[in-house]
Design a protein around this ligand. Structure first.
Ligand code: CAA
Ligand code: NAI
Length: 730
């Protein structure tokens, strides 16, 4: 719209100068217009910063120019600092003095904010004297999500502008706000539905020559409510509780505290010092790695050569969901919210009515949150599978039972119109076996959602041996439409996420046998940063679910001679201890459905008897052993998955674990963590534990791990080269 406006007002193009990565022009005679140009998000790279300084100097030096407007090209103000620059030596002029100089300008500077103003982008706008935003803009200081703090004055200017409570919340969470909320907070001065630059220029013309004394945020006093101390105390407790060991949110509180208690210049010094610690931290590296990994997974490829850039998705308008249990309901909501027509099918009338009630409630609550009407009319409910005859795509979410699923797939293949994609939400069953039930196995793909399906960001898109690249591309596209992050993975038992979980859970059980308690194991994992340890999670999701699967696989009745198997979960289930739902599991609860886990003396004495009967001698187990055994076994399986080409790179695994399994984001993901710990150390420890437990094959180091160590432990982005070229010598 900058371009449109310039031509509308007849910009002084003869004076226009194409700055490198920023454009200067004169509009309405006396307004200097600086347009940031650095696609895709106009990030403040070194060159952009230099151009901005040069163009600002030019605007100040031209006597005809009375005020300045800064905007971004292509309807995006600025996505902040260029994150890619963080890992190399910083060059170019630093942001802080640049923004300070902008604020000191004798001519008024107006930020014309469209699209996004995030991080350094918003800090730049805070250095301006006025802020005009388009109604569709999102603003925020998301640095905390990258392991940083808003280090270009954001922690000092924002509280001065919007007050301590709002600043604390925005800076410690990194939450984006809408333009409407920004206006309410006082973060912007004016919101328009029309041409933002036009509105900004109008404002710039009206304030030309007026005093800027009250408009320089750094010179304002930070409003300090009488209860400020309690506020900081409470904020510190809140972030320590929710940060799960992340250091950036704590530093953010400290920096805002500095704004509340120190003069601006000293506050800026504090901000700088805190930022310096964060900037070089492993956590910042991990979080920035996750940021790029979550974007990299959309560029998927399969070992057979199908790729994101050569595979075209087919348009999908109407989708059927089969089975409206826990998952089917969430999937129906996610599809309807993405604007798709849904045919929702359940076998029993009663179950169908219940599902309809629950889905409508979920949609209504979602609509309230999003401020949009609920998409109730997008869904047609039916007890008849024939209702799916004209859909473009089916997502099956019936019981996790191969026999039931096979029947459903045979039915679908007969009923659906030719070309209908048949996707399954199985959490680990064989996609090829299901595909084999259909006339067109190339249309079958796994679409593994995570519970609750309308909330969780992750989708594992599982391609089978015969899945077409178009089917995979369509699943990835539908995932994007539902605002999910989809990772394409190969077909194997448990796919990526659940396959890696198996050895992790096994280790937790074995540790109980060897002397640990559920409390000890959970505490170690929660201190590491998981939202919940193995046993609290098992109590929450229900012990009976895994029990059913193990019984179906005949693991429960089998004798396990060479390979260690812990029947502890089965024994608890046999005693009716299914977890929270029965009020007893690995812990005790005050009632069935209770949520507060308390240590259970019964369980402790049960474990003692169990150990005595089976010849285990309890020993002292410390947190370090819990972490090494559980996490390194999981990581080892991750290397096997890479070696088997089930995941195309470590980023895929790390995104799955952070988004689907509550792996602490500030630790990057299991494979990134392995690199941080050091591959030699992981190998050494696995060898050590495997020697002690020869009956646990999952502790045997995988050959890819050995190869990477032998290859001189290449950095994570080079692992794929070693996988693709077994003879590689990096
Ligand atoms: N630096 C470098 N690259 C960036 C970037 C940034 N700040 N923001 C986005 N990109 C890149 C992405 O990596 C992606 O690249 P690929 O196409 O190669 O994958 C591309 O721009 C498009 O990004 P998205 O796919 O995320 O596009 P979107 O339209 O869905 O979202 C966005 C746009 C909301 C701006 C989102 O990209 C985003 O949240 N970016 C990060 C914003 C941020 O955290 N800024 C703070 C930076 S730190 C800072 O500013 C520190 C400071 O105080 C000095
Ligand atoms: P659920 O038991 O809650 O729901 C299954 C539903 O399917 C029931 O309502 C049942 O009546 C219905 N159903 C059974 N046969 C049917 C048929 N032939 N036609 C129509 N409806 C039929 O099960 P849940 O938990 O929703 O799981 C469904 C699938 O999702 C399973 O494959 C499961 O492995 C997978 N999954 C489950 C997750 C979870 O956390 N619950 C997570 C990810 C995947």
């Amino acid at each position: 719209s900058a371009k449109k406006f310039r031509s509308a007002v007849g910009s002084d193009t003869s004076n226009g100068l194409f700055g490198n990565m920023a454009l200067y022009s004169r509009v309405s005679g006396s307004v200097g217009l600086i347009t940031l140009q650095n696609p895709p998000v106009n990030a403040l790279s070194a060159v952009v910063r230099q151009s901005l300084i040069d163009l600002m100097d030019r605007a100040l030096s031209e006597p005809e120019v009375k005020s300045v407007v800064i905007c971004g090209q292509n309807g995006k103000f600025c996505g902040g600092a260029d994150i890619k620059e963080f890992r190399s030596d910083m060059t170019g002029p630093p942001l802080v003095p640049m923004i300070d100089r902008l604020e000191l300008s004798s001519k008024p500077v107006v930020a014309a904010i469209e699209g996004v103003a995030l991080g350094g982008g918003l800090e730049l706008a805070l250095g301006c004297h006025y802020r005009v935003a388009h109604s569709k803009t999102r603003l925020g200081l998301p640095e905390v999500t990258l392991g940083l703090l808003p280090g270009a004055g954001g922690t000092q200017r924002l509280p001065r502008l919007v007050g301590i409570p709002a600043a604390l919340e925005l800076i410690t969470t990194g939450r984006h706000v809408t333009a409407a909320e920004a206006l309410q907070l006082g973060l912007v001065d004016f919101v328009t539905d029309h041409n933002t630059i036009e509105a900004a220029v109008k404002l710039a013309l009206s304030v030309a020559g007026k005093s800027l004394d009250s408009r320089r945020i750094s010179t304002c006093k930070c409003p300090r409510p009488p209860y400020a101390d309690a506020l900081f105390e409470e904020a510190m407790q809140r972030v320590r509780r929710s940060a799960r060991g992340a250091i950036a949110p704590v530093a953010c509180v400290q920096a805002v505290h500095a704004a509340a208690t120190l003069p601006f210049a000293r506050g800026m010094e504090q901000e700088k010092q805190l930022m310096a610690t964060l900037f070089t931290s492993g956590q910042a590296r991990a979080l920035q790695y996750q940021f790029f990994a979550q974007r990299a997974v959309s560029r998927w490829s399969t070992p057979s050569g199908a790729r994101w850039d050569t595979s075209k998705p087919r348009p999908v308008h109407k989708v059927a969901v089969i089975g409206l249990g826990t998952m089917g309901r969430g999937i129906t909501v996610a599809l309807a919210q993405a604007g798709l027509s849904v045919v929702a099918v359940e076998t029993h009338e009663k179950q169908l009515m219940e599902a309809k009630r629950v889905v409508s409630g979920m949609l209504e609550r979602g609509a309230k949150r999003l401020g949009a009407p609920p998409a109730l009319d997008k869904i047609n409910y039916s007890c008849e599978i024939q209702a799916v005859a004209d859909v473009d795509l089916v997502i099956e979410a019936v019981f996790e039972d191969m026999v039931v699923k096979k029947t459903v797939f045979r039915q679908l293949s007969a009923i659906c119109k030719p070309g209908t994609f048949l996707f399954t939400n199985t959490s680990g069953l064989d996609i090829d076996e299901l595909a084999a039930q259909t006339r067109n196995p190339e249309l079958v793909v796994g679409m593994h959602f995570f519970a609750p399906a309308h909330v969780m960001k992750l989708l594992e898109v599982v391609y089978g041996r015969r899945s077409s690249s178009q089917a995979v591309a369509t699943a990835m596209k539908i995932g994007k439409n539902m605002d999910k992050i989809s990772v394409a993975v190969g077909n194997c038992s448990g796919f990526v996420g659940n396959r890696m979980l198996r050895p992790y859970l096994d280790q937790a059980f074995f540790l109980l046998e060897e002397g640990a308690t559920p409390e000890l194991v959970d505490q170690a994992l929660e201190e590491f940063g998981f939202a919940m340890g193995v046993f609290r999670m098992s109590d929450l999701s229900g012990l009976d679910i895994g029990w059913k699967v193990r019984k179906a696989k005949e693991m429960v009745s089998k004798t396990h001679q060479d390979c260690r198997y812990s029947p502890l979960g089965d024994l608890l289930c046999e005693r009716g201890r299914f977890g929270q739902k029965t009020g007893r599991g690995w812990y005790q609860y005050d009632k069935p459905g209770g949520r507060v886990a308390k240590p259970d003396p019964w369980l402790h004495s049960f474990l003692e008897k169990y150990r005595a009967q089976r010849g285990f001698v309890a020993r002292r187990i410390d947190h370090q052993e819990v972490l090494e055994r559980c996490l390194y076994a999981l990581i080892n399986e991750g290397f096997r998955i890479l070696e088997d080409r089930i995941a195309s790179g470590p980023e895929d695994i790390d995104v799955i674990y952070v988004l689907g399994y509550s792996w602490p984001r500030h630790r990057g993901g299991p494979m990134f963590y392995a690199q941080m710990v050091g591959l030699s150390r992981i190998l050494e420890k696995l060898e050590y534990y495997h020697q002690l437990h020869l009956d646990i094959p999952s502790l045997q180091p995988c050959s890819l791990l050995r190869k990477l160590v032998a290859n001189g432990r290449p950095p994570i982005h080079k692992w794929v080269e070693v996988i693709k070229n077994p003879h590689s010598h990096l």
